[in-house]
Every structure is written in C-alpha cells, then in structure tokens.
Design a protein around this ligand. Structure first.
Ligand code: FPP
Length: 281
C-alpha cells in the first residue's frame, strides 16, 4: 500500500542501507515534504557567494530524490522557491534561481528517467519567466509516464495564496452550479488545492534549524509530523532523509484521538464513571 514503483534497495549506499535496515518498510511515510533552508549560510560559512550555496542545494535535490525513489517513497514535495522569495530577494538572486532551475531540469531529466521519477509543480507557476515555464513543461511531459516517486517542486508557491486560489475556484464552481456556499466541506476545499491529486504529507522536514513553517502547505500539514534538523540543505543527503524517516517511525500519530495503549474502551468507561462520581460530590 505504501510503496510505489520498484524498490531498489541494492542501489542505496552501504551507510544508507544500514539506516534502512532499521526501518519498518510497511510503515514508510507516503508523502514527505521538505523546507530546504540554509543555502546562504552554507555559502557564508565558506566565504562563498550565496549563489554557490543554491548550486550545491540543487545537487542535494537530485541526491535526496534518488534515495527517495530507491526506497519507493511515493511523494516528495520540495519548497524550491516561495512567493516571498520572488518578491523580497534581490533581482540578481531571483534571476540566478530561475537559471539554476532551468539548468537543473535540463541536466537531470535523464537521471529522473533512470530513477523512474515523475516531476510536477505546485504554485503560481504561470507568473514565472516564459522560458522557465517551457523547460518545466518539457520536463513534466518527458517524465509523465514514470511510475516511481513523484517529485513536486513548489515554485512561486505560498500556502495562503494557494488557499486564496482554492477559494476563488471553489466560488466559481459554486456559482456555476448554483450551489450554496454554506454547504462547502473540507473535501471541497481539498479538491481545489494545488495538491488535490496527492495525500497530505506524513512528514515535514526543515533543514537549518529554524522553527517556522514559512507559509508552506498550510492546509495540508494539519496532522503532519515535523522534523527539524540543524543540518544545512546543501549538506543534506539521502541518509539524512532515512534518519528523519526513522525518527518519524518512532512517533505515535494520534490525529486528535487518544492513541494506542490509552484508556479507550473499558478503561475509558471506568474513567467516565469515576468522573461522574467526582462531579456528583
Ligand atoms: C533557502 O536558502 C533556499 C531557497 C531560497 C530555495 C531552495 C533552492 C534550492 C535548493 C536550489 C535550487 C533548487 C532546484 C530545484 C534547482 P536560503 O537562501 O534562504 O538560505 P539562508 O537562510 O541560509 O540564507
């Protein structure tokens, strides 16, 4: 149920295999989302220009994606360029990130094919430069028939603007069908998100130690487990993805309930009777 495509565990490095051996393959997350942070700091620590941090970060994207595909992770969603990055970073950095994205796609589609990876995008991608959009479409079409990991790049993405776009399209649909707004359900909202075709993330990883969500997948992460590492994104590799998954597998997900081993059933009935006695004095 959880794996997608063919497992290629033999292609993991020996260090990765050692961590993988500690995992429960039947309990792999279906969807891992990552806030890739720390490219600038990585470069700064080496007295390099920020651009070089982004370039190194693009290598991490490919290596982490390949490990994800080897272990059969169905969905990997990476925050590659936020709406805020687009509005608030110097033009030279934004232009560099756009060129880097184009060249990343040009040089990695072949490796995506070898790894059975399908690439998709979420965000207001229609606002990106036309030549970048052309390259994105080309990579998406080239990899569309792959059946392994779906790598989704969030580009010109913001969680709040995704909700605005979803509400606008939901309102348009409701008006067209003469449906009344007070019948809108969570399921309707889900259908109009950029991520309607995928499950919500089970695990959200953030690199470089910041304890922030930075406007990422706000609706979708309601019950997502969060893993923050001090490691900067350009130093993040497949083995660190596996370590984050190992940590995730040690968590108990309760979705607002009481979880396993709690006083549900007979125990809960006893507790209720006790509470009634106390309330009655
Ligand atoms: C944060 O680093 C990261 C980004 C601005 C976006 C992530 C971009 C990449 C990983 C490179 C390109 C990706 C692809 C898919 C080609 P930061 O600059 O905010 O780091 P800092 O907080 O240390 O300054």
């Amino acid at each position: 149920m959880y794996s997608s495509g063919t497992l290629r565990i033999h292609e993991l490095t020996s260090e990765e295999r050692a961590v993988y051996a500690t995992l429960k393959p039947e309990c792999l997350p279906q969807h891992v989302a990552i806030i890739m942070d720390g490219n600038g700091r990585w470069a700064g620590h080496r007295s390099l220009k920020r651009f070089l941090g982004h370039q190194q970060g693009a290598k991490s994207v490919q290596l982490v994606t390949e490990t994800a595909s080897r272990i059969g992770l169905p969905w990997l969603t990476l925050y590659a360029f936020s709406l805020e990055n687009n509005l608030r970073r110097p033009r030279a950095e934004v232009n560099f990130l756009m060129r880097l994205l184009k060249s990343y796609l040009e040089s990695n589609v072949e490796r995506m094919m070898d790894n059975n990876v399908r690439i998709k995008y979420i965000g207001r991608t229609h606002e990106l430069p036309p030549e970048v959009q052309d390259k994105m479409r080309w990579a998406e079409e080239a990899t569309a028939r792959n059946t392994g990991t779906t790598l989704t790049l969030a580009l010109n993405y913001g969680g709040r603007s995704e909700l605005v776009d979803a509400f606008r399209s939901l309102a348009a649909e409701a008006m067209l069908k003469h449906a009344s707004f007070d019948r809108i359900t969570e399921e309707d909202i889900h259908r109009h998100l950029y991520t309607a075709h995928m499950p919500d993330p089970d695990l959200l990883i953030r690199t470089s130690g910041e304890m922030r969500l930075s406007n990422y997948l706000l609706w979708q992460i309601a019950y997502t487990e969060i893993f923050v590492t001090e490691r900067l994104w350009p130093d993040f590799r497949g083995i660190h993805l596996l370590e984050a998954i190992a940590d995730f597998q040690r968590r108990e997900r309760r979705y607002g309930g009481l979880g396993e081993g709690s006083a549900e059933g007979a125990g809960a009935a006893d507790e209720e009777a006790e509470a009634v006695k106390i309330a009655a004095g």
